[in-house]
Design a binder for this molecule. Structure first.
Ligand code: SF4
Length: 274
């Protein structure tokens, strides 16, 4: 299966499991500030910091007029607050200087490549942030890649560790599937394909995943889907053992870092004729 077909299949299975999440279009400048606050912190901290900022000031003009130290104090919950406050202030100042008002609606009148290029000139704004603003604020076909998506896509062998994940993944996303696939991959990464210990037994993609397939005897691959119980030999860091797992048990064995390889147990030798 080529990467485009693989990504389409991943999208289809995740939509079957998680549904087809959509987002209402969001106000672009709020989205931009919220995304700057989300860099290298949890969603909870980001939401707390953004709520604190909105509670303290009634408009972006008020935020821009406030001393940067006060802004930093307000967003303390997100961490790196001094740096983030300076960034947010610089972004607001730049928009105000160039547009004469604090809004990003002008981006909707540019061709998408120019809107993207402009966003990328802002301090602290990379592709992920720019693509979030363009896809969720302007409904443009951009696929933002966060740390969860990058990890899942790397494990699935769709993107290599050294490649730019935005460049690699953008052409693989099925048309008009940017937002639901983005949200579903993040959910898979948070709930199942976790950074430390992926829960492959709960994953809808094990038969597509090299992390699982590389440890699985080709004779056992159908069991990853059909769930038949099989006698297996497990080669692990401590030696070899036998097991008789169902599909979940087999996947639990395969996602165990101690497991090196699982193969079909040799068929029992026929009893000698008396
Ligand atoms: S099978 Fe395991 S490692 Fe592969 S994508 Fe699913 S959870 Fe992640």
């Amino acid at each position: 299966m080529d990467s485009r077909a693989l990504f389409a299949e991943i999208d289809r299975r995740l939509a079957g499991l998680y549904g087809d999440p959509r987002l209402d279009r969001q106000e672009p400048l709020s989205l931009l500030v919220r995304t700057i606050l989300s860099q290298n912190t949890t969603d909870r901290n980001r939401d707390r910091a953004f709520a604190s900022l909105c509670n303290r000031w009634a408009s972006w003009e008020d935020v821009l007029s406030a001393p940067v130290g006060e802004l930093a104090e307000a967003i303390k919950g997100a961490g790196l607050h001094q740096q983030r406050a300076q960034r947010i202030h610089a972004v607001l100042q730049r928009i105000s200087d160039e547009q004469g008002s604090l809004q990003l609606d002008f981006l909707g009148k540019l061709v998408p490549a120019d809107a993207e290029a402009w966003l990328l000139t802002l301090p602290g704004v990379g592709k992920k942030t720019a693509y979030i603003v363009l896809s969720m604020g302007f409904s443009l076909p951009r696929f933002p890649v966060d740390t969860h998506i990058q990890r899942v896509a790397t494990r699935l062998g769709v993107v290599s560790e050294r490649a730019d994940p935005h460049e690699t993944l953008a052409p693989l996303v099925p048309p008009r599937r940017e937002i639901p696939l983005h949200l579903n991959l993040i959910r898979l990464g948070r709930e199942v394909c976790r950074a430390r210990r992926p829960q492959c037994a709960d994953c809808p993609l094990p038969d597509l995943c090299p992390l699982v397939l590389d440890k699985t005897d080709p004779q056992l691959r159908s069991a990853l889907q059909d769930g038949a119980k099989l006698q297996v030999l497990v080669r692990h860091t401590g030696g070899t053992s036998t097991a008789y797992p169902d599909r979940r048990g087999l996947l639990a064995l395969l996602s165990d870092p101690q497991t090196l390889y699982v193969e079909a147990a040799p068929a029992a030798a026929p009893k000698e004729a008396l």
